[in-house]
Design a protein around this ligand. Structure first.
Ligand code: UTP
Length: 291
């Protein structure tokens, strides 16, 4: 079944990028000239997704404003002959059918996904973590690679990558067996493993495609690491009952939830930017000489 719905959880507190995230959602931090969430919606649209639910929370209305019309600005741009900018801001409002729901308390990623229950209904759906920007070749959006694996194997899919031993204890750790190419059979997973509970250096990074039965599982899942309802704990149950597939997707992931990740995204996307890339690279070359 073709996946046409996506959920973008963007209701977290973003404590690792404070104080900026006190008033600017981390999902709205700019990478050159677009906020992080723009790249994420664009990735979903490229994968054929038409309906998107963004999970927001108090203080995140700038996410809704970004995808909404701005009549005064539109009129001003047209009146001053700035048609190219007008087209750019209009394109943003037409990217997809975007809806919003508020998570009233930041009770974890699993709880955020549960807020999408009525939007999703009985369809399989994609989850794109709102602070994980993944840059892939235009014809291979990361979530599209996962959707293809869902079509092929009929099981929930997690996007996976190998990380360092220092990182794995902050993320999740997976037990996997090779299936074909970049695809693996997932046999177990654990969220934020203690060093003696690490299953492998493969971690879930930013993307998954899930069957609607995840909602029943989430409703029965006890609170996990950090006292939060963990999506990984529910996916672990799904792994043991139905099975899940892992895809080591082609693409580079930037963690907009931590300061170094934000800088890496800005530098690398900036260097490849069609308008300012060359000038920025000249600047970087000069700057590197001073390091
Ligand atoms: P994170 O755990 O990285 O987000 O969740 P966080 O809680 O904001 O992180 P800290 O405070 O810096 O440690 C990954 C994604 O899930 C969303 C976040 O917005 C982020 O996009 N999320 C997390 C929710 O929507 N709700 C939550 O309760 C927790």
């Amino acid at each position: 079944m073709k996946v046409t719905k996506a959920v973008i959880p963007a209701a977290g507190l973003g404590t690792r990028v404070l104080p900026a995230t006190k008033s600017v959602p981390k999902e709205m931090l700019p990478i050159v000239d677009r906020p992080a969430i723009h790249y994420i919606v664009e990735e979903a649209v490229r994968a054929g997704i038409t309906d998107i639910l963004i999970i927001t929370s108090r203080g995140k209305s700038s996410v809704e404003d970004y995808f909404d019309r701005a009549p005064e600005l539109e009129e001003r741009l047209l009146a001053s002959g700035k048609e190219d900018l007008y087209r750019q801001i209009m394109d943003v409002t037409r990217m997809a059918n975007i809806q919003y729901v508020r998570q009233q308390e930041a009770k974890g990623l699993g709880h955020a996904v549960l807020c999408a229950k009525s939007f999703v209904g009985s369809d399989p759906f994609a989850v794109l973590y709102g602070d994980d920007v993944i840059i892939s070749p235009a014809d291979q959006p990361a979530i599209g690679q996962l959707c293809k694996a869902y079509d092929r194997h009929g099981l929930g899919v997690v996007g996976i990558k190998e990380v360092t031993p220092e990182q794995i204890v902050k993320y999740s750790s997976l037990a996997v067996e090779p299936l074909e190419g970049r695809t693996y059979r997932v046999t177990d997973m654990v969220e934020k493993p203690a060093p003696d509970k690490i299953l492998s250096l493969f971690s879930i990074l930013g993307r998954c495609v899930l069957p609607a039965e995840i909602f029943t599982i989430l409703e029965e899942t006890p609170l996990g690491a950090g006292g939060e309802l963990q999506l990984t704990d529910a996916m672990r149950t799904l792994t043991h009952t139905r099975g899940m597939t892992g895809v080591d997707y082609v693409g580079k992931r930037y963690d907009m939830g931590n300061k170094l990740g934000v800088l890496q995204a800005i530098v690398e996307v900036g260097a490849a930017h069609p308008e300012i890339g060359e000038g920025f690279k000249d600047y970087l070359r000069e700057f590197c000489k001073t390091l």
